[in-house]
Ligand binder design. Structure first.
Ligand code: HEC
Length: 120
């Protein structure tokens, strides 16, 4: 009887530990805040040139995500791209300014970058 109880306790502990491991690795724990990302993209007028899945004046976020798929430095590269004012060549051939989005902090910008990278 004592043995069975002890066993049950070990099992319960194992289950709890397993559930915690699952929770830490579930998509929810890594989830991007989609609303915040889209709001920031709207505020930064990103959709003037980018669409999520269609080419406009600029490549779609889907294409950008595909270009960076499997690249370990993707997040850092995009954070860098979005941290300074740049000049980019748009589809119709002209040069236009690429302004950083009005992110409140680094976490906000990272969330937007992760959202873009998860469109592919
Ligand atoms: C004036 C048009 C325009 C606006 C507005 C614009 N972009 Fe872009 N963006 C481009 C073009 C064109 C490119 C592709 C050229 C390049 O990568 O140099 C690009 C490239 C990118 C890339 C990919 C960079 C890479 O390394 O491949 C990301 C990410 C991006 N833009 C995000 C944004 C975000 C976020 C905003 C809003 C804050 C934004 N863009 C606003 C035109 C624009």
């Amino acid at each position: 009887m004592k043995l069975i109880l002890a066993c049950g306790d070990v099992m319960r502990k194992a289950l709890v530990a397993g559930a915690l491991v699952l929770a830490a690795h579930s998509p929810a724990a890594l989830a991007v805040n989609e609303d915040a990302a889209e709001e920031l993209a709207k505020a930064g007028k990103c959709f003037r040139c980018h669409s999520v899945d269609k080419a406009k004046k600029a490549p779609s976020y889907k294409r950008i995500a595909q270009k960076y798929k499997g690249k370990a430095d993707a997040e850092a590269a995009l954070i860098k791209h979005l941290s300074a004012k740049l000049s980019v060549k748009v589809e119709d051939g002209g040069d236009e300014d690429h302004e950083p989005p009005p992110a409140k902090n680094a976490a906000d910008l990272k969330n937007l970058v992760q959202w873009i990278l998860s469109r592919g």
